[in-house]
Design a protein around this ligand. Structure first.
Ligand SMILES: [Zn+2]
Length: 433
């Protein structure tokens, strides 16, 4: 059961926690995190060195449980339901219902411990504004609004019937972003940024789930990708570009075009891994998507594609970890993975070569860097905004704990309590550990 939710900032002191601060530093037992009444972290460290709290501070003994930074999911699609989506059914729903469904997915994502989410297609900036204004509950949003894609590419959702289903899937303020050639992609990037996008998403290759393109297909030329990157770089101090890229030729175009992240990256080669390390390009491996099983109703062609690309990822992702590629955490929630179990991705990262600490850093500090939010959040350090999760037990000894939202006891976003499952801030007893 979810505990009471506070709508306002209060000065807080969490004490007696296992502090895992997101920097990769050794965990600290019997630790405190203090938050002022403006929602800023003022202290994170041992209880024994903690300054005395100001009067009016609410002190919470977290009973030895883990205190972590709020987590990131760098690849979600809140407009999609997850699981076996029936596009025909989705097309029949009124737009207003879809808005409420998206809001509900955002709330469950926040309550799963994800205090920042990067949506890479399908949500317009009204949702970000609604969350920031406290109208709905949800993570900090980093939005691409659409996917810049060539005609017939992964972001062009025109079906064999001739019907483009994208407008029925996306939130009402989004638009298809199909563009061909340098001039058109440049103009489309400008339009996406004008719509308030925080990041530009491109379709550098085809994909597993689209009917007439394949992950090996090249989606955009190097010249087109360079034009997108140049436009993004020239705005707001340098907006990042994320490339949906699965097959190796399209991955190469994306890297040569200068993108900031390879999304999926299932078929990365040794040379490409080295290039990513050299250039500091992030990999968002979306293991929740590729390692999950596909619903048999998807049909034999999709199932065969899935098996093939899962096999590639099983080999190539651990090799990327070994090569030292910077990993950020993303699930593709809404595509196949369902919303609200985002932190299962950390278990998959550990199953495929990361240590538990590396997986936590990937989903906090590294993800904050990729989302250009590292000046605000991603680590628990004095001066950062208070995005904090308290989880049951010690995720360093069992990372799978984080994947079950029942183990996410407390979620604080920007200093405001968003979930209090253990009743830390009410009078319910906390079981000691
Ligand atoms: Zn995706």
């Amino acid at each position: 059961m979810t505990g009471s939710v506070r709508a306002a900032h209060t000065a807080l002191a969490l004490t007696n926690g296992l502090l895992i601060d997101g920097t990769g530093a050794e965990p600290i037992r019997a630790a405190s995190v203090q938050v002022d009444s403006e929602g800023a972290i003022t202290y994170a460290g041992p209880d024994s060195l903690a300054p005395e709290v100001a009067s009016g501070t609410t002190t919470v003994n977290v009973g030895g449980n883990a205190i972590l930074p709020g987590f990131f999911d760098c690849h979600v699609h809140f407009c999609l339901p997850g699981g076996a989506a029936d596009i025909g059914l989705t097309m029949a729903l009124p737009a207003s219902l879809k808005v409420f469904q998206i809001a509900e997915r955002m709330r469950t994502t926040l309550e799963a411990g994800v205090t920042s989410a990067r949506d890479l297609m399908g949500v317009d900036v009204g949702f970000r504004m609604a969350i920031d204004a406290g109208v709905i509950a949800g993570p900090r949003l980093v939005l691409s609004v659409g996917i810049v894609s060539s005609t017939g590419g992964h972001g062009d959702m025109t079906q064999l019937s001739g019907i483009n289903v994208l407008p029925y899937l996306q939130s009402p303020g989004c638009f298809p972003a199909v563009a061909d050639g340098e001039d058109q992609v440049r103009a489309m990037t400008r339009r996406i940024l004008q719509a308030g996008a925080d990041v530009v998403k491109i379709a550098a290759t085809g994909g597993v789930l689209t009917p007439t393109d394949r992950p090996d297909d090249v989606g955009m030329s190097v010249a087109e990708i360079r034009a997108v990157v140049e436009e993004a770089r020239s705005r707001r101090g340098g907006v990042h570009v994320a490339a949906h890229a699965q097959g190796r030729r399209g991955i190469q175009n994306a890297l040569d075009g200068g993108v900031d992240s390879i999304e999926h990256g299932y078929d990365l080669t040794t040379e490409q891994r080295a290039q990513m390390v050299d250039e500091g390009t992030f990999l968002v491996p979306t293991l929740s998507e590729v390692m999950g099983s596909l619903d048999p109703s998807a049909g034999p062609v999709a199932l065969a594609k899935k098996a093939l690309w899962q096999g590639k990822a099983r080999t190539n992702f651990p090799a990327a970890v070994a090569a030292g590629v910077k990993i950020a955490a993303g699930t593709d929630a809404g595509a196949a993975p369902e919303h609200g179990h985002n932190l299962r991705e950390l278990g998959l990262l550990v199953d495929n070569g990361l240590t538990s600490m590396q997986a936590i850093v990937a989903a906090t500090r590294h993800s904050a860097e990729l989302c250009q939010l590292d000046h605000l959040v991603g680590t628990l350090e004095a001066g950062k905004r208070a995005d904090i999760v308290v989880s049951d037990g010690n995720p360093l000894s069992n990372i799978q704990l984080l994947g079950d939202p029942a183990n996410i006891l407390l979620v604080i976003k920007d200093g405001v309590v968003a979930k209090d499952r253990a009743g830390f801030l009410t009078d319910r007893p906390v079981s000691p550990r």
